[in-house]
Each structure stands twice: as structure tokens, then as C-alpha cells.
Design a protein around this ligand. Structure first.
Ligand SMILES: Nc1nc2c(c(=O)[nH]1)N[C@H]1C(S)=C(S)[C@@H](COP(=O)(O)OP(=O)(O)OC[C@H]3O[C@@H](n4cnc5c(=O)[nH]c(N)nc54)[C@H](O)[C@@H]3O)O[C@H]1N2
Ligand SMILES: Nc1nc2c(c(=O)[nH]1)N[C@H]1C(S)=C(S)[C@@H](COP(=O)(O)OP(=O)(O)OC[C@H]3O[C@@H](n4cnc5c(=O)[nH]c(N)nc54)[C@H](O)[C@@H]3O)O[C@H]1N2
Ligand code: SF4
Ligand SMILES: [Mo]
Length: 736
């Protein structure tokens, strides 16, 4: 009786809502407004990492920020934030925040600043920019950015006349993957990656350490897939959280993944375990690939990877059995050993052979909403960009390379020095900790005429700035609409839940004020971010008012196909229009058209390969001082295998220093964690610790910095990314 009534009510309810869009809107209206028409909670999307989960900021009865929770309609979070997102309020309450604009008063890097007004800071920056432009050209200003504020400064730089713009999330992160997938499937994967993890039957994680890498929906979907019986295969020299949930853990010798991938391809082709129909219809170069991998047997790979031949065969079979509902995870931070584009090509090829592209449980075809932007005048064409400084290399890349911008900031001893960078904007990226080879980064900084840092915290990079512009946190500002791909097109709004603390301002305002001082006002037509958002939202039949109620709005493209119908051929955006197992684009650039394994140097006696990764409660260095998150984890540890610990007589929790192959000794000590979970040839630490800026009262001196140890940089010849895992460390137990 009860159940029947429930059914009656719910079907009536759905019918009623479906009848009237206005009714639905009124329903939400009343849901998020109190009787005085004030918002009960404020839509936002998280800035603690780049997954950008949408949520709601709640205030307490004193109108102070109280908590942030996920937005149920958001496909990035499904209503649940990760520990970092929940702890995001710590970034608002952090006592060490930047509070006023600061101007340097002493030598660069000496950390002496005086407070300034916004007017003075802007006037100084505009004056210096004009000087640089007059002397060297506008191209000599560069922008490094990560996070929401970058968009506004990108507009400023382009209007000024420079396209020397880069995000470290490309050449230090997913660049090799994007180039490899573009070469194979004609498209990069972007973010969030279109992986149908929730319906997969087999997920292969090569280094991707989901569970420690907390990219929200992926972690949730992996957990759902495990509940539904999916097999997880984890390839990692470390017994990661993901490995602990896996059917197979392959503790591979680091730097040998390409050999494993080639032998998987060998086994899958030799046993005819590939998707014949899919390959025939959609792939180019199968015969060449077959021949290419003929000698890469499991026995061959065993000698290189230390993974037993029968395990290689069994895991290949598991992929085949699940096919096409199988995902060889494309990874994200992929700049490892310098041959990264080729490694990711091998991953892409495996996915193609198993027919998982465009299939349920494999890769779905993403949908994306589109928001029209207000028409701006054309940007001036720069006389040169970083691409003109790399001797014709990296043609497959169309995004800036942060490391190349650094190189271009160091004048050459001889030869043409007409293309040199003299000024940096650094917006939301802590370059000192983010780029490998810190000495090189500092050398570039010393050669600059201007360095401006836009940040929320006094980080290593702000310590080197001439002018520091304090941004308010994401909880105190509007930003642009989040438009990202997913199963359904959707948009999300970020709005302030409260006024900015101190004398802090949003990035859009800073960029506009600078634009006005540089005579570029026409590129900043809106006086406020609200005005711009409302204009944009109105173009798509929504409004700022509506988005304040909803936070997230689904805007699915009619008739969007999430999967490629079986037996259908589609056109890929490659030279041949097919999935290229043999890459003609890479071939044209003079590199092997199919991946090859090359041996990498190994640690000398007494040294161990330094590998690094993430901890669930921190994001790089951006959370290291967050009081809520340091409560959960306040230092990193160095993972050392018991056999090695014995050899060195190292005890659990003992503090040691690390020394790398180039004799660099870590500034701070790090606690030893003795664990079987790491191979004997490697040590592991979480990135983002060992802060050297005393203004970070929680983070200063806690743990050690992996970046400090990364002085050997392995440049990917295809796309210019910085491989960072070719560094070896030894232990210093006495106090130095
Ligand atoms: N050694 C080593 N290097 C690495 C990595 C590694 O694992 N090890 N990982 C690489 C990867 S995958 C990536 S994506 C990059 C990431 O590198 P970054 O993007 O540089 O990451 P963070 O170190 O968190 O630096 C972010 C900076 O933004 C500031 N910030 C935080 N919130 C805001 C805000 O709202 N506004 C503004 N203006 N600033 C804000 C923080 O205070 C901090 O200074 O690093 C790469 N470099
Ligand atoms: N909690 C949290 N989550 C995050 C972030 C964060 O800062 N904090 N950052 C986000 C960002 S920007 C990125 S790019 C991703 C990065 O996260 P992922 O892309 O998942 O991971 P990677 O940094 O590539 O790889 C780290 C793992 O690789 C293993 N590894 C090291 N060397 C080798 C090797 O030679 N072969 C193999 N097979 N494995 C190896 C390490 O043991 C470790 O488990 O995480 C994202 N998620
Ligand atoms: S995964 Fe966590 S830190 Fe990243 S955006 Fe989502 S809630 Fe924020
Ligand atoms: Mo990243």
C-alpha cells in the first residue's frame, strides 16, 4: 500500500515538473533564497585543484564562511568534495595570506617588501611594461599561469602584443599525453578526461595513482567500478592505494614502462586479442605495428621490467576479456623520463587495439556547452613567440612551454639575442617549486627587468617578485563560468560568499586596471565580472540570477552520441583521417612513428631513483600552509624499502637529508618511512613540501622538497616537456 502510494506521488511529481520549466525554476528559487530574498548558500567551484568541483559555500549565523559542500548536480563531484575541497575554507582563514600589494625594496630574492596602494603598484608595473616594450618589444613580456586568474592575464598579455604564455600544467604535466593522443586519435583528452570508468570492466593504471591523486569523479567511479567487479591492474614501482585495490599489481622497474607496453601489444596481436572489426574500420598502420612489435615478447620485457612473462600474458588477457569496456588510463602528470610522448603513444595504441575508443566502459565522446564571449578587437600580431626560439622543434605543440619561456629569459652568451624575455607575470603558479632545476629558474629571474606575482599566499615565487599583487581567495570572488567537457554539456558558477578579507582583489579586476593604464581598455569592455557573466549567460538563455540559484546547469547538446555505434566508421582529425597506429605526424617530425624502448641510466651504488606523487589531503604546494589540511598531514616522508633501510641502518621516523647525483643536499630533513611498499631501487616522496619561505608559518621547514632534488631534466624531444624522474638520491644521516 505504502509503496503504491509512493509510486503514485513520484510519477505525479515528475509529470508536474516536466510540465513547466518555470515551475522548476521557482522550485529552485525558493530552495536557495530565504524569505528576504537572500541567498542561503553561494555557488562556487573549487580552486584547490584543477578538477574544479562545483559546490556550495555556506555561512554561519554571523555570516562567516562555515563550510563548503558539493553540488549534487555537478558531474565533477557528484555532490561530494574531496578532503582538500572541504578543507578549502582553510585558504580563506589562513593567517599568513597576502594582505596588501607589496613592492620590493631590496635585492631580488632578499624578501624585503613595503606595502603599497593598488594605484602605486599598477602604475609601477605599467611603467616597467612600457619600458620593456619600448626597449625590446611587447613580446618580451611573458605570462606563466595556472588556475582561474590566468584567463584575464592572458587577455592582457595578448592585447599588449605578446603570445609568450604558458601553463606548467602542460610541459610539466599532461603535455606528452595530449600530443600522443592528438597524433593517434586526432584529439587531446583535455580535462576531465572522457573516461567511462564507472562502466569499465578493466582499468589499467600505469603510474596513475587514483586514490592518492584525488581527481574526484574518477576516484568515485573507480570505486563504483570495483564494486561492480571490474579488474584493476596497477603498474607502479610502489604499492599505491590503487595497487591495494587491484587484482594485479605489477611492481615495475621504474623507467621501463615502454617495454611492458610494447610486450602487451605484442601479446595482444600475436593472440589475436585485439578488436579486429574496430581496427579494420578505424585504424591505419596495423601491419607496420604488427611487424614492429614482433620481437617484443614477454620474455624480452621481463629482462627489462622485472615483470614475469606469465603476468604480462595474464594481464593482456584480462584486458582482452573486458574489451571494449577496458581503459588503459592515459595518465595526467606524464612528464617522467623524456620519452614520454612515445610512452603515451604506446598507451593510446593499446586502447585503439582493444577498441575502447567511443565505447561504453572505455572512452566516451565528450559533450561540451559553449558560451559566446563578447567581441573584442583583434589582438596585435606578435613579431615573435617562443616557437621562434627553439630551432624548428616542437611543431606538434600549440600551447606554451613554461620551461622554454624560462630558457628564453636567459640571454645567450653568443649569437642572436633579439628574442629575449625581460618581464614575467606569474599568476597562480609557484614556479620555484613547480619547474625542475631551480638554479636555472633563478638564473632567469635574475635576468629580468620585471617580475610580478599574483598570488594568495607568500610562496617561494612571491619572494622573488618585484611587485606582489594579493588575490582574494576563490570563496571571495567571481570568476569566469566553468565550461568543461563531460558526458553532458554543463556550466558552473563561482560567486563570492563574502567580501574579500584585507586589501585583496580578484584577478579580473587587476588585469583590467592594468589594461586601462596601458591604453588597452577596449579589451576589457565590462566594468565588473557580474556584468560580463550576466551578458554571457543571457546569450545562452540563462542569467546570473538563475545560475546563483542552480550553481550548475546541464546544457546537453541535442542528439549527442556518447558512444560510437557498433560497426560505424568515423573521421579522426589525423593526417589519414584514421586512428594512426603508425603516426605520420611524428614521422614527419623525424621521430620514430611507432614507440621504441630506450634504456635509461640507472642509479649508481648507494643511490636510489627519486619518484614522487600526491597525497590525498594536499595539492602541490598550494595547500601546504592550509591550517585545516596541515592538521591532516603536516610533512612528507621518504619511503624506503626495509632492505635498504637495514643496509643504511635507518630507523622508522628518523630524520635524514637527501643528496642527489649532482651533489645537491636538501635544505630540510625528511622523516624516514620504512615500508615494503616501495622497490629497493627507488625512494618515494609526496611533492609540495619543504617550503623555504618563513612567512609560511605552518609549512616552513616541514618535510623536504622533491623539486630541489630534480636537477637532471629529461627533455622530451617531440614536445619539449620536462621529464623529472631521472634523478637519484642518497642519504645523509649525520647533521649537516
Ligand atoms: N617536483 C615536482 N614538480 C612538479 C610536479 C611534481 O609532482 N613534482 N607536478 C607538476 C604538475 S602535474 C603540475 S600541474 C604543476 C603545478 O604547479 P603549480 O600550478 O605551480 O602548483 P602549486 O605549486 O600549487 O602553485 C600554485 C600557486 O598558486 C597560488 N594560488 C593558490 N590559489 C590561488 C588563487 O586563487 N589565486 C592566485 N592568484 N594564486 C593562487 C599558490 O599560493 C601557489 O603559489 O607542477 C608540476 N611540477
Ligand atoms: N590529492 C591530490 N590529487 C591530485 C593532485 C594533487 O596535488 N593532490 N594533483 C593533480 C594533478 S595536477 C595531476 S597532474 C595528477 C597527477 O597524478 P597521476 O597522473 O596519477 O600520477 P603521476 O604523478 O604521473 O604518477 C605518480 C605515481 O607514479 C608512480 N611511478 C613513479 N615512477 C614510475 C614509473 O617509472 N613507472 C610507473 N608505472 N609508475 C611510476 C609513483 O609511484 C606514483 O604512484 O594528480 C592530480 N590529483
Ligand atoms: S578534487 Fe577536491 S580539491 Fe580538486 S576541485 Fe574537487 S574538491 Fe577541490
Ligand atoms: Mo598536473
Amino acid at each position: 500500500m505504502q509503496r503504491r502510494e509512493f509510486l503514485k506521488i513520484s510519477s505525479l511529481g515528475i509529470g508536474g515538473l516536466a510540465l513547466s520549466g518555470t515551475l522548476l525554476y521557482e522550485f529552485f528559487n525558493s530552495a536557495n533564497e530565504d524569505s528576504d530574498g537572500e541567498l542561503k548558500r553561494f555557488p562556487t567551484y573549487c580552486e584547490i585543484c584543477f578538477w574544479q568541483c562545483a559546490g556550495w559555500t555556506h555561512l554561519d549565523k554571523d555570516k562567516k564562511i562555515w563550510k563548503i559542500i558539493g553540488n549534487d548536480d555537478d558531474p565533477h563531484s557528484n555532490g561530494r568534495l574531496c578532503p582538500r575541497g572541504t578543507g578549502g575554507i582553510g585558504s580563506y582563514y589562513d593567517k599568513d595570506r597576502l594582505k596588501k600589494p607589496l613592492i620590493r625594496i631590496n635585492d631580488r630574492g632578499k624578501q624585503s617588501f613595503r606595502e603599497a596602494s593598488w594605484e602605486e603598484a599598477f602604475d609601477l608595473i605599467a611603467k616597467k611594461m612600457k619600458e620593456i616594450s619600448a626597449k625590446y618589444g611587447p613580446e618580451s613580456m611573458a605570462l606563466f599561469h595556472h588556475g582561474s586568474g590566468g584567463k584575464y592575464f592572458t587577455n592582457l598579455l595578448k592585447a599588449f602584443g605578446s603570445d609568450n604564455i604558458a601553463k606548467p600544467s602542460f610541459a610539466q604535466c599532461m603535455g606528452p599525453r595530449e600530443v600522443a593522443y592528438a597524433a593517434t586519435f586526432g584529439t587531446g583528452l583535455s580535462s576531465p578526461e572522457p573516461l567511462d570508468i564507472r562502466d569499465t570492466k578493466c582499468l589499467v593504471l600505469i603510474g596513475s595513482h587514483l586514490g592518492e591523486n584525488m581527481h574526484n569523479a574518477q576516484v568515485q567511479e573507480m570505486s563504483d567500478a570495483i564494486d561492480k567487479g571490474a579488474s584493476i591492474i596497477t603498474v607502479d614501482p610502489r604499492f599505491s592505494t590503487a595497487a591495494s585495490k587491484s587484482k594485479f599489481w605489477l611492481p615495475i622497474k621504474p623507467a621501463t614502462d615502454i617495454a611492458l607496453l610494447l610486450s602487451w601489444i605484442n601479446v595482444i596481436i600475436a593472440n589475436e586479442w585485439y578488436d579486429k572489426e574496430f581496427v579494420e574500420l578505424n585504424c591505419e598502420g596495423f601491419d607496420q605495428l604488427k611487424q614492429h612489435v614482433e620481437s617484443f615478447t614477454p620474455e624480452w620485457a621481463f629482462g627489462i621490467t622485472t615483470i614475469e612473462p606469465d603476468v604480462i600474458v595474464k594481464t593482456a588477457k584480462a584486458m582482452h576479456d573486458a574489451s571494449p569496456a577496458v581503459i588503459i588510463h592515459p595518465g595526467r602528470h606524464t612528464t617522467w623520463y623524456g620519452d614520454d610522448t612515445q610512452r603515451l603513444r604506446a598507451v593510446a595504441i593499446l586502447n585503439a587495439l582493444l577498441g575502447s575508443w567511443g565505447k561504453r566502459g572505455g572512452f566516451f565522446i565528450p559533450d561540451k556547452a559553449s558560451i559566446p564571449h563578447h567581441h573584442l578587437p583583434a589582438y596585435p600580431k606578435p613579431a615573435w613567440t617562443w616557437k621562434d626560439t627553439v630551432d624548428g622543434k616542437y611543431n606538434l605543440v600549440d600551447l606554451g612551454l613554461a620551461n622554454v619561456l624560462v630558457d628564453t629569459s636567459i640571454p645567450k652568451k653568443t649569437g642572436d639575442n633579439s628574442k629575449v624575455i625581460k618581464g614575467w607575470f606569474v599568476v597562480g603558479t609557484n614556479l620555484i617549486n613547480t619547474l625542475p632545476n631551480t638554479t636555472h629558474t633563478l638564473k632567469a629571474i635574475q635576468n629580468l627587468d620585471l617580475i610580478v606575482a599574483v598570488d594568495t599566499m607568500p610562496m617561494e615565487i612571491t619572494g622573488w617578485a618585484d611587485v606582489i599583487l594579493p588575490e582574494c581567495t576563490y570563496l571571495e570572488r567571481y570568476d569566469s563560468i566553468r565550461v568543461s567537457q563531460n558526458r553532458e554539456g554543463n556550466i558552473a558558477l563561482r560567486m563570492p560568499a563574502t567580501k574579500p578579507l584585507y586589501d585583496t582583489k580578484p584577478a579580473w579586476w587587476m588585469a583590467r586596471e592594468l589594461g586601462i593604464r596601458l591604453g588597452l581598455k577596449e579589451y576589457f569592455p565590462f566594468k565588473t565580472q557580474e556584468e560580463e557573466l550576466d551578458w554571457e549567460l543571457t546569450q545562452i538563455g540563462s542569467s546570473l540570477k538563475e545560475m546563483k540559484q542552480l550553481g550548475v546547469k546541464k546544457i546537453p547538446t541535442p542528439d549527442h552520441n556518447l558512444y560510437i555505434p557498433k560497426g560505424e566508421t568515423i573521421e579522426f582529425n589525423t593526417n589519414s583521417g584514421k586512428i594512426e597506429l603508425y603516426s605520420s605526424a611524428i614521422d614527419e617530425e623525424g621521430f620514430p612513428a611507432m614507440p621504441v624502448y630506450t634504456k635509461h641510466p640507472e642509479p649508481e651504488d648507494g643511490f636510489y631513483r627519486l619518484i614522487y606523487g600526491r597525497a590525498p589531503m594536499h595539492t602541490f604546494s598550494r595547500t601546504a600552509n592550509n591550517p585545516n589540511l596541515t592538521d591532516l598531514m603536516d610533512e612528507n616522508t621518504v619511503w624506503i624499502n626495509p632492505k635498504i633501510a637495514n643496509l643504511w641502518d635507518l630507523k622508522e621516523n628518523q630524520y635524514i637529508k637527501l643528496k642527489n647525483q649532482d651533489g645537491i643536499i636538501s635544505t630540510f630533513s625528511i622523516k624516514v618511512r620504512v615500508t615494503e611498499r616501495i622497490r629497493i631501487d627507488s625512494v618515494y616522496m609526496v611533492h609540495g613540501f619543504g617550503h623555504a619561505d618563513k612567512k609560511l608559518t605552518q609549512a616552513y621547514g616541514r618535510g623536504a622538497s622533491d623539486t630541489e632534488m630534480i636537477t637532471n631534466v629529461l627533455i622530451d624531444p617531440i614536445m619539449g616537456g620536462t621529464g623529472m624522474r631521472g634523478n637519484f638520491v642518497t642519504f645523509i644521516t649525520e647533521t649537516v
